[in-house]
Design a protein around this ligand. Structure first.
Ligand code: FPP
Length: 239
C-alpha cells in the first residue's frame, strides 16, 4: 500500500462529492448516468479509506436542498441509493465497515428507510471503518434540531447547563470525532450546509476534478497534502 509510514493521516475524512452533472454533460450523458459513474468513485474511495485504516468517512450524498432538483433526477438518485445498498453490502461485510446515515431518514419512502435500516443493522457490529452517508442532510437543520431537543430535555430537567460537550451529544455525529479533513471535488469553494458545527477546525482541500474522476490516486494525493498541513486549532504552533 502507499507509504504513509511515520505521518499522521486524518481520523475522519468528510467529502462533498460534486460534479457528477458536469461530468455527464461533458460526455453527452444524462445526469443520472453521471451519478452512476459517481457511485463507482464512491466504491473506490470507501475501499481505499478502509485499506488505509482511516476509521471514519462521511460522504455527502443527498442534501436537504437536493429535493428541489428535477423530479426525474431525484427519482434516479433514490433508485441508485437502493442499488448501492444492495450491491455494497458484501463489500461492507468483507471490509468490516459499519454503515450509518446522518440526516432526515424520515423524508424517504418507507421502503428505502427499511433498506437503509437493514444495512445499518447488518453492519452494526463492524468495527474497522464507520461509513456515514449524509442523506436529506442540512447542517443548519441539524443544529436547530439539537437546540430543540436540548430545550425539551431542559423542560424535563435532564439538562441544566449547555456547553460544547453537551451540545455535541445532540448531533448526528455525537459519538465520533469531528472531521479533520474535508475534500470537495469540482472546484466550488463552499461548505454547502455540510457539518457546520463539526467543521470548525477542519482542513479543507478543493480539487477541480469532477467526482466520478476522483479515484484512488487523486485521494492519495489529497491525503498527502493533509499530512503536510500544520494544524493549530487557533493556537500557536509549538516548536
Ligand atoms: C453532486 O453532483 C452529487 C450529488 C448531488 C449526488 C452524489 C451522489 C453520488 C456520488 C452517487 C450515489 C452515491 C451513493 C452513496 C448512492 P452534481 O449533480 O451537483 O454535479 P454538478 O454540480 O456538476 O451538476
Amino acid at each position: 500500500m502507499d507509504n504513509f509510514e511515520g505521518v499522521t493521516l486524518p481520523t475522519h475524512v468528510a467529502i462533498i462529492m460534486d460534479g457528477n452533472g458536469r461530468w455527464a454533460k461533458q460526455r453527452h450523458l444524462t445526469r443520472v448516468e453521471g451519478h452512476i459513474a459517481g457511485m463507482d468513485a464512491v466504491r473506490d474511495i470507501v475501499t481505499t479509506t478502509s485499506e488505509l485504516h482511516i476509521p471514519y468517512l462521511t460522504l455527502y450524498a443527498f442534501s436537504k436542498e437536493n429535493w428541489a432538483r428535477p423530479k426525474e433526477e431525484v427519482k434516479g438518485l433514490l433508485e441508485l441509493l437502493g442499488i448501492y445498498l444492495e450491491q455494497e453490502l458484501p463489500l461492507m461485510m468483507e471490509k468490516d465497515i459499519r454503515f450509518n446515515v446522518i440526516g432526515e431518514k424520515k423524508d424517504f419512502s418507507k421502503r428505502l428507510q427499511s433498506e437503509l435500516n437493514g444495512v445499518i443493522q447488518k453492519t452494526g457490529k463492524n468495527k474497522s471503518l464507520l461509513l456515514n452517508i449524509a442523506l436529506s442532510y442540512s447542517g443548519r437543520k441539524e443544529i436547530l434540531n439539537a437546540v430543540r431537543a436540548i430545550l425539551d430535555d431542559a423542560k424535563k430537567g435532564l439538562v441544566n447547563r449547555v456547553d460544547e460537550r453537551t451540545f455535541k451529544k445532540y448531533l448526528y455525529t455525537n459519538s465520533i470525532p469531528d472531521p479533520d479533513f474535508l475534500i470537495r471535488t469540482s472546484g466550488e469553494m463552499r461548505l454547502s450546509n455540510f457539518l457546520l458545527w463539526q467543521m470548525a477546525y477542519t482542513e479543507i482541500y478543493i480539487t477541480d476534478m469532477l467526482w466520478p474522476d476522483f479515484r484512488k490516486d487523486a485521494y492519495i494525493e489529497a491525503l498527502r497534502e493533509f499530512t503536510r498541513r500544520e494544524r493549530r486549532f487557533g493556537g500557536v504552533k509549538e516548536n
